[in-house]
Ligand binder design. Structure first.
Ligand code: SDX
Length: 436
């Protein structure tokens, strides 16, 4: 970051001494006011509970321009990566900062494919769950359990250890997600087949059975790979911030990623794709396109807790570029499957059209986000709704790891420890029981 020649001067109306705060410029995006010395100089904290105006770190990985609806991974537009690269190229880019050349691409693919199996003991963790456990509950447990196998071989401050942990997590997440799915289905696990592509291997682990050969449908594999690319990273979102804060204690990367999985599960975050599809199915069940007006009325009614899931975003105040690409993928997949007239897809597009013309949404700059269409594509591919967020976690693991490694690799990083505005009881003495 570059010091700006502009200073911020903070003055107080009660005559307390004003202070100058340095400003820093990034390569693109808003400048920041460095408040690290604020408490020391004024005895005051800043207050920003939802971090709406707070930069928690400096990063070189992902940049979002919310007004333009632009998303760059290491400077490359998501539209180009999603159409010209595959997910493992994107992983390499997020981890190491550049796209791989042919040799590096081959080496990286080979390295990842050599780590796709999980320890046989992992099956016994699954057996502790009910068969109808939510896949995100299972995945949170399984990713945390990886610590038990690698905790003593992961010195988070050793760059080589960090790199192997990254490869292990990227390679094993598809295996774990597929195991969580098979466990719920009551079907045997399918071991990875390393000659397949990353997405092809995942599809086979998900849908193959010992009873017959399985050939992944290349259109669906490509769609799956694109879904992974679109979900790979997204600057300092809630789950990435969770991973950074968790990792800042020096815990092992498997535990930090497990914390990210747990955070992503929430319906305001990664759980929105499952919620969005359930919302579409509810509208469909209650009358479909004719009932959209009634549903939109509920959403606008402050007394109802109804939200248009898959709409709105803390940063995008324009169309989420990932939603556009996901909608295109909907056309491709539904077309390839002869489902062009899929009623839910038609309902989603009608709902989007009506919302984008409604003053409530326009005034609040609420547009479709990545979760609005992703459920329709995943459902068409055969992914059960309850597994949507686990797929999101599978894809986001590389972003979490890249952001974690960037933080740990920064010699200036410290353990994250926010302060608070205390509004509770002042000091008081414990009364004897008979006086309480
Ligand atoms: C992801 O951070 C990331 O980058 C996340 C993510 C990633 O890749 O990591 O992009 C992935 O999580 C995408 C977002 C998925 N979540 C949803 O689709 C759930 C529905 N969306 C909302 O819950 C909401 O839009 C959030 C949580 C996404 C953003 O919330 P903010 O920024 O805190 O905005 P807000 O709740 O203050 O909303 C501003 C106004 C409010 O109305 P008023 O109080 O001003 O009258 O807009 C309204 C909100 O009520 N609003 C919605 C709405 N989203 C916001 N009203 C109806 N439907 C919605 N979806």
């Amino acid at each position: 970051m570059t010091p700006s020649d502009v200073k911020a001067t903070l003055s107080f109306s009660d005559g307390s001494p004003s202070i100058d705060l340095p400003l820093y410029k990034g390569s693109i995006g808003p400048d920041v006011i460095d408040i690290r010395k604020l408490y020391g100089q004024t005895g005051k904290f800043t207050y920003d509970p939802g971090f709406l105006s707070t930069a928690s770190c400096q990063s070189t990985i992902t940049y979002i321009d919310g007004d333009k609806g632009e998303l760059l991974y290491r400077g490359y537009p998501i539209e180009q990566l999603a159409t010209q690269c595959d997910f493992l190229d994107t992983c390499y880019l997020l981890l190491y900062g550049e796209l791989p050349n042919e040799q590096k691409q081959k080496d990286f693919h080979k390295l990842v494919s050599e780590h796709t199996m999980v320890h046989e003991q992992m099956q016994f963790f699954l057996r502790g769950f009910r068969r109808d456990a939510h896949p995100m509950a299972v995945l949170t447990g399984l990713v945390g359990a990886l610590s038990a196998f690698y905790h003593d071989s992961t010195d988070i401050n050793n760059p080589t250890h960090r790199n192997i942990a990254a490869i292990r997590l990227i390679a094993k997440m598809p295996t774990l997600v597929a195991m969580a799915y098979k466990y719920g289905e009551g079907q045997p696990y399918v071991y990875p087949r390393n000659k397949l592509s990353y997405a092809g291997n995942f599809m086979r682990m998900m849908f193959a059975t010992p009873c017959e050969d399985y050939e992944p449908n290349e259109v669906l594999v490509r769609a799956m790979d694109r879904i992974f690319i679109l979900h790979a990273d997204h600057e300092q979102n809630a789950s990435t911030s969770t991973v950074r804060l968790c990792g800042s204690s020096g815990t092992n990367p498997f535990a930090a990623i497990a914390a990210g999985v747990a955070c992503l599960w929430g319906p305001a975050h990664g759980g929105a794709n499952e919620a969005a599809l359930n919302m579409l199915e509810d509208i469909q069940r209650n009358g479909g396109i004719e009932k959209i007006g009634e549903f939109i009325k509920q959403v606008k009614d402050k007394n109802s807790s109804v939200k248009l899931m898959g709409f709105g975003h803390r940063v995008y105040k324009n169309y989420d570029p990932r939603a556009k690409l996901m909608r295109e993928t909907c056309y491709e997949v539904l077309g390839a499957l002869g489902l062009e007239n899929d009623p839910l897809f038609k309902l989603a597009m009608a709902l989007e059209k009506i919302a984008l013309e409604d003053e409530y949404f326009v005034a609040r700059k609420l547009y479709p986000n990545v979760d609005f269409y992703s459920g329709i594509v995943q459902r068409a591919i055969g992914i059960p709704v309850s597994l949507f967020t686990a797929i999101f976690a599978l894809a986001r693991t590389v972003g979490w790891i890249a952001q974690l490694n960037e933080m740990i690799g920064d010699p200036e990083y410290k353990i994250g420890r926010p302060r608070q505005l205390f509004v509770g009881s002042e000091r008081r003495d414990v009364p004897p029981l008979h006086q309480r």
